[in-house]
Design a protein around this ligand. Structure first.
Ligand SMILES: *Cc1c(COP(=O)(O)O)cnc(C)c1O
Length: 422
């Protein structure tokens, strides 16, 4: 497979763009490959600047559940953009999408649109602190909530309960406002609330983590988080930037039956455009400016083109049988995949249409488990799949996604490639 044009495009990008990429994972360092430059995408297929075609299992990190360049979505986008790309003044598509979000996520009584998942979580956290007048945020190792300062924090080594910044440039004083605990560890959460319950503003969690690879919440973990936050007057924030409209039309909260105080959405909700949302209880959302004292704003927030792309996507997703169809295809695929995987000493973690193949024979129920998987071997698998025209999410610690555009034949080929991987 020729990559001459991608190599050249990367060299050119490196002259002007820091690291040659606008988001670090795209550099493909952790899988020992060179960045690909994409020319176009349609359905389940990416075409790079060398004319190579890849079946896409990353789908812009789960955005394109309908496949790339869906004709009805593109039609809605063209129509919206012909009326001007942004006004900085309210427009009807904002309310239309807000109504759809509220309809499918009843816990989001009020909503605000922003431009990225990072911004959504950052705003929800500020709001939770403003509402509770407390400063500590409790999160979980391996969950990703964007790159705002207070959330780039992981558990410190050694002393339990002491967290540290996971990026340079985050002041220790900020990191000290965040506790990061092992996912699925209810006892650690109970201890944190015993010790600092008065100071904890919110627990923020990916209800089904996808950013350490897919990890499933154990039976009572989310209901437990619901109970303990309520007992201590802290808010529960579900970061459904990936799981929202992915696991069901009403996200993980509908599927698992737990109602958070605040929710963040992103990825699918923008239909491929930079849009995200946060929302929840009316009494909490009432604290936002201009009604209340918590400031939050955005030049392109509620952008009409993004709102139209999101609304059209949600309309299609809400058609009867959409998720049942996707789930059925996923069930068949994963039944066969997991059998082949276990024969290879590989673990399949899966919920709905998202999955990770962990190159380890141990169960993966936390970030510590996920990190024990063999990243080198995953790197070889990634490169092998790429050479066979499949593009996976480019890290062992990420999720892969199915879309309604993937055909049974393609999925069969995926399985047979894994079978022959050595
Ligand atoms: C992608 C993601 C974010 C960050 O969203 P951006 O749009 O990349 O800023 C936050 N939380 C979760 C769960 C995500 O998957």
């Amino acid at each position: 497979m020729r990559h001459t044009n991608s190599v050249q495009a990367y060299e050119e990008a490196l002259r002007y763009i820091s690291g040659g990429v606008n988001s670090p994972v795209r550099a493909l360092r952790s899988v020992g490959a060179q960045p690909l430059f994409i020319r176009k995408a349609k359905g389940d297929t990416l075409t790079d600047v060398d004319g190579n075609r890849f079946t896409d299992f990353c789908l812009s990190w789960g955005v394109f559940i309908l496949g790339h360049a869906h004709p009805s979505v593109n039609k809605a986008i063209r129509k919206a953009v012909s009326n001007g790309a942004s006004y900085g003044i309210p427009s009807l598509p904002e309310t239309a999408l807000a109504r759809l979000v509220n309809q499918h996520f009843p816990s989001m009584e009020k909503v605000r649109f922003v431009s990225s998942g990072t911004e959504a979580v950052m705003s929800a956290v500020r709001l939770a602190r403003g509402f509770t007048r407390r400063s500590i945020i409790l999160k979980f190792d391996g969950c990703y909530h964007g790159h705002a300062d207070h959330l780039l924090v992981s558990a410190g080594s050694g002393v339990a309960g002491l967290s540290r910044a996971s990026s340079a440039g985050v002041p220790e004083a900020f990191a000290a406002c965040t506790l990061s605990l092992p996912f699925n560890d209810a006892e650690a959460v109970a201890r944190a609330f015993r010790e600092r319950g008065e100071d904890i503003a919110a627990v923020v969690v990916e209800p089904v983590p996808a950013n350490m690879g897919v990890v499933l919440p154990e039976n009572d973990f989310l209901p437990f988080l619901r109970r303990i936050t309520a007992q201590h007057g802290a808010l529960l924030i579900f970061d459904e930037v990936i799981t929202g409209f992915r696991l069901s039309i009403g996200g993980a909260q509908q599927l698992l039956g737990v109602r958070p105080d605040l929710t963040t959405l992103g990825k699918i909700v923008g239909g491929g455009f930079p849009a995200a949302a946060f929302g929840g209880r009316s009494d909490v959302m009432a604290l936002l400016a201009p009604d209340g004292p918590v400031y939050q704003a955005g030049t392109l927030s509620g952008n009409p083109v993004a709102m139209s792309a999101g609304a059209k996507t949600l309309q299609i997703l809400s058609q009867k049988g959409y998720y049942a169809g996707l789930e059925e295809k996923a069930d068949r695929f994963f039944a066969e995949l997991s059998e082949v995987a276990s024969g290879k000493g590989v673990r399949l973690n899966r919920m709905g249409s998202m999955f990770t193949l962990f190159f380890t024979s141990h169960p993966v129920r936390s970030f510590a488990d996920a990190k024990r998987a063999d990243q080198q071997r995953f790197g070889s698998f990634f490169r092998y799949m790429l050479a066979n025209n499949f593009y996976l999410s480019p890290s062992q610690l990420e999720a892969n996604f199915l879309s309604s555009a993937h055909s049974e034949r393609t999925l069969g080929r995926f399985i047979s490639l894994l079978k022959h991987f050595s």
